[in-house]
Design a protein around this ligand. Sequence first.
Ligand code: C5P
Length: 204
Amino acid sequence: MSEAFTIAIDGPAAAGKGTISKAVAEHFGMAHLDTGLLYRAVGAKVLKGEDAASAARALVPSDLEDDTLRGQDVAQAASEVAEIGEVRAALLEFQRSFARKAGGAVLDGRDIGTVICPGAEVKLFVTASAEVRARRRYDELVQRGQPADLAVVTADVKARDARDMDRAEAPLKPADDAVVIDTSDQTIAEAVAAAIAAVTAKKG
Ligand code: C5P
């Protein structure tokens, strides 16, 4: 397949978007962009004292290859810079051009199906209850050997949800034509299979 084909995968923190997106991209042989990393990279620069909009405009690919971007403090900073219209505007073109890559592309984030790629061939909205998502994020942090407290992680997930859903700029919500996948009671394999089936149904 050499033509462009965009798969937009949105949803709240720790719903399983990242795992599903990687698996879908691999299954269909497409490129994958975790757009949360763009906001995390800007958030990390703000934590070091940089101006958010300037940092977003100056972002380069190597800024995304930084292990500290996965931490909770960076996640909170990311969701704060994500409220700034100038930051979102600076990151828009890179995401749109990635989405039109020959051979197809999977982008995961919060506003891919609604704002970045409203014409995406497939839109999925991957969600799960806040409690299930907090437990997954907690397990992930523990596995990485990072300090974690379930109550704190739950509060962080809920705070980030509220900020992402209530913001004026590109709030988190399913596109009208998105297929919703609730992974609360699914294994990773079941969720991945549901996503692949949804893409296959549209792609033929
Ligand atoms: O997906 P991840 O948890 O890495 O995203 C970090 C933060 O970046 C989110 O809480 C959200 O505020 C922001 N974000 C966004 N739009 C995207 C991807 C992430 O606003 N497309």
